[in-house]
Design a protein around this ligand. Structure first.
Ligand SMILES: *Cc1c(COP(=O)(O)O)cnc(C)c1O
Length: 392
C-alpha cells in the first residue's frame, strides 16, 4: 500500500481527530522507526513516552508473544498471578499500599478522582468534592478528565462538564492557598512536570507547599505520573525526585512499553476507599498487558538503569545547548522541552520528520521523550538532524 492510499483511506474511513505528520510507520527496532516507503527515522518520541524499551525489544517481544500464546484474557472475575506480580512490584518500588490496574492514563486519573471524592464522602459526608488542579495541566480526554485539565481550550463543546474542579496557578503558592481555602475541597491533583503544557517542572518549594497544605487540611495529595512515571525522569516515579509522599499517583504511558495499561496507586490512608462494586474495568490487568508491564518494571527500575537515564538526559542537555536557536531547555531526565528562539516548534517538528527525525511539540515547545534505552549513537544521529533543521 502506498503512503498516498493510506492517507486517503484515513481521510475517508477515520474520524478526523488527529493532525498527523506525513509518514506512515510500519516497523521499528530500538530507537529507529521505518515508514511504508522504507525511509528510516530516529525516534525521539517513543510513541509519546510509551515505548520505553524502544521498538521490538527482544525481552519485551518474548514476554508479550509468549503470554498471547498462553492466556490472552480472563476478566476480573478470576484471580491472576500476573496482576498480583505487577501490583506487588509497583508496591515494592514505591511504598504505596494498593494498586488498581486499568488501561490508560485517563482511566487511571478517573480512578484517582473517584478515590478523592469517596475518601472525603466516607469521612466527612456530602459537600466536600472539589479537586484543585493546575492551570496548564493535562489529565486526559474523558469528560471528567477534560474538566480536571486546567486549560480553557479543552472546555468546549461537550457541556455539561463534570463539576467540582478549580485551577490554581502552577508554582504560585499564594494562589494555591487561596484555591484550597474552601471547605468543599477534598484533593489537590498535579503533574510534577507538566507534559502537554510545555514540559514545565513544578518547583520544589511549590510541591512542598502542596504536600503541607494537603496534610494540614486532610486533602488528598495526588500526582498524575502518566507521563513522568516509569523512570522517564530518572526516578521510578517523579515524586521520588521531590522527596514527597503523595496519597495517590497514577501511571500509564510507559508502563506497558507499547501495550495499553494504566495503574492507580494509593497509600494506606486511601487503600480501602474503593470497595467491591464501586469501581472496575473489563480489560484492566489484562494478562498480555501485565506480562509486558512485568518485563518493563523488571528492566527499567534498577539503580544502574536509572543512573543511565540521568546520564543520557545530561548528555542531551549538554549537546542541545550547543545548537543554534535553542533558547531554553526544560524538563527532567529523558523528558526534555526545548524553547526555540524563533518560537517555531511546530515548523521545526515538521522539518525534522522530512529529514528523518521524530520529535514532539507541547504548546510552543519542542518535546523529546526518547526511548529510555536509546543509544548514544542514535542520540548523536538524531541531534545532528535537529541541529541542521534548527540552524537552517
Ligand atoms: C497522556 C496523559 C494523560 C492521558 O493518558 P491517555 O492514556 O491518553 O488516556 C493523562 N495525564 C498526563 C499527564 C498525560 O501525559
Amino acid at each position: 500500500m502506498s503512503f498516498e492510499q493510506i492517507k486517503n483511506d484515513e481521510q475517508q474511513y477515520m474520524m478526523h481527530t488527529y493532525g498527523r505528520f506525513n509518514t506512515a510507520l510500519v516497523s521499528g527496532k530500538g530507537a529507529v522507526a521505518k515508514d511504508v516507503d522504507g525511509k528510516e527515522y530516529i525516534d525521539f518520541t517513543s510513541g509519546i513516552g510509551v515505548n520505553c524499551l524502544g521498538y521490538c525489544d527482544d525481552g519485551w517481544v518474548k514476554a508479550v508473544t509468549e503470554q498471547a500464546a498462553t492466556l490472552q484474557h480472563i476478566s476480573n472475575l478470576y484471580y491472576s498471578p500476573l496482576q498480583t506480580e505487577v501490583s506487588k512490584k509497583l508496591i515494592e518500588l514505591t511504598g504505596f499500599d494498593k494498586v488498581f490496574l486499568c488501561n490508560s492514563g485517563a482511566e487511571a486519573n478517573e480512578c484517582a478522582i473517584k478515590i478523592a471524592r469517596k475518601y472525603s464522602y466516607d469521612k466527612y459526608g456530602e459537600g466536600r468534592q472539589k479537586i484543585v488542579t493546575l492551570v496548564n495541566s493535562f489529565h486526559g480526554r474523558t469528560v471528567t478528565t477534560l474538566a480536571a485539565t486546567g486549560q480553557d481550550v479543552f472546555h468546549n463543546f461537550f457541556f455539561p462538564f463534570t463539576e467540582g474542579f478549580e485551577y490554581a496557578e502552577a508554582n504560585h503558592i499564594k494562589d494555591l492557598v487561596r484555591k484550597t481555602d474552601d471547605d468543599s475541597v477534598c484533593a489537590v491533583f498535579v503533574e510534577l512536570v507538566q507534559g502537554e503544557g510545555g514540559v514545565m517542572p513544578l518547583t520544589k518549594e511549590f510541591v512542598n507547599a502542596v504536600a503541607e497544605i494537603c496534610k494540614e487540611k486532610d486533602l488528598l495529595f495526588m500526582v498524575d505520573e502518566v507521563q513522568t512515571g516509569v523512570s522517564r525522569t530518572g526516578a521510578v516515579y517523579c515524586y521520588q525526585n521531590y522527596g514527597v509522599s503523595p496519597d495517590v499517583i497514577t501511571s500509564a504511558k510507559g508502563l506497558g512499553g507499547g501495550v495499553p495499561i494504566g495503574a492507580c496507586l494509593c497509600n494506606e490512608k486511601t487503600a480501602n476507599v474503593l470497595t467491591a462494586g464501586t469501581h472496575g474495568t473489563t480489560f484492566g490487568g489484562n494478562p498480555i498487558a501485565c506480562a509486558a508491564a512485568k518485563e518493563i518494571l523488571s528492566r527499567v527500575t534498577t539503580p544502574e538503569f536509572l543512573a543511565d537515564v540521568n546520564r543520557k538526559g545530561d548528555y542531551f542537555r549538554k549537546e542541545l545547548a550547543k545548537i543554534g536557536n535553542v533558547k531554553k531547555i526544560t524538563g527532567m531526565g529523558l523528558m526534555i522541552g526545548i524553547e526555540t528562539e524563533k518560537d517555531n516548534a511546530k515548523e521545526i517538528a515538521q522539518k525534522c520528520v522530512e529529514n528523518g527525525l521524530l520529535v514532539l511539540t507541547a504548546k510552543n515547545m519542542l518535546r523529546l521523550l526518547p526511548p529510555l534505552t536509546i543509544t548514544y549513537d542514535e542520540i548523536d544521529k538524531g541531534l545532528a538532524v535537529l541541529k541542521n533543521v534548527m540552524e537552517a
